[in-house]
Design a protein around this ligand. Sequence first.
Ligand code: SF4
Ligand code: SF4
Length: 329
Amino acid sequence: MSEARTKSRNAPAEPSPFAVEAAPLPREKFSDPLVTAKGEARASVPLAKLDTLWLNTGTLCNLACATCYIESSPTNDALLYLSADHAERFLDEAEATGTREVGFTGGEPFMNPDMLAMLEDTLVRGFEALVLTNAMKPMRRHEAALLDLREKFGDKLTLRVSLDHHTQAVHEAERGARSWEPAMEGLRWLAGNGFSIAVAGRLLPEEGEVQAREGYASLFAREGIAADAHNPARLVLFPEMDADRDIAEITTACWGILGKTPADVMCNTSRMVVHRKGEPVPRVVACTLIPYDAGFDLGATLAEASRDVPLNHPHCARFCVLGGASCSG
Ligand code: SF4
Ligand code: SF4
């Protein structure tokens, strides 16, 4: 964790319960976009269709979770607040290409002063909107505006709440002390007011998916939250990520070995807009997971960014393609 993050109030002091156990990543891996360290052809993914456009609203967050992949915290503004003016240009382009959904992720999106304007613009244009939030104070400040949007757009607006685990102890070990109850209150508020909701959770190293879904199902039943923990669209469970731990590289042969196709990974159907500090305008990157790596910066427009993505990052392997499986590549 960076110094700024460890200094953040309420940042967890202990190692994350979701830490990846593996040897350090050898330096020669993920260094050449075309070939792996073993000299095999690296897999790449074409953009089939821009189904989801992600807007990164900025890295500032009210929390400083132990393994936040984007290193968000109350002080990290490496990705600036995206402005509604800048977002407009990408929404225009996405509208023209028939994009279905616009996703908002941060940081905590509701800390961005233009968030409600961008969300309304998205919904007015007829896109579905998906907002990833921790459902804490920044979201609660916008209750009236959110109720208004729910009234006007109904289930076109979905809020996906991050609840890292179905137990308070594990959630707070990752997200910091006193992070559980405010998140639960936010989730109850959304559910009680009839919003379309989803929950994003994670699996402990020894925890199976069936066990985790049962755990969330009991929690939702206890709390009166009408979300189906057995529906993968309503409870999304993420595999772990750690760019510094060893993992197999993905070769073109891996698809066949694993029985997967490029259609199984996000960069086949989505892109993300980020506004990096020090840059005059936002840029388009391959996916939500890799905002800083120059190799995944695909251009200034969605059109420019529609080229193939070489899977040249440990997240491509651990999170997207392998997701717990293994491949000899
Ligand atoms: S709430 Fe989300 S964005 Fe904020 S620090 Fe935690 S994981 Fe990162
Ligand atoms: S991590 Fe790699 S494979 Fe996964 S969506 Fe991003 S670019 Fe694609």
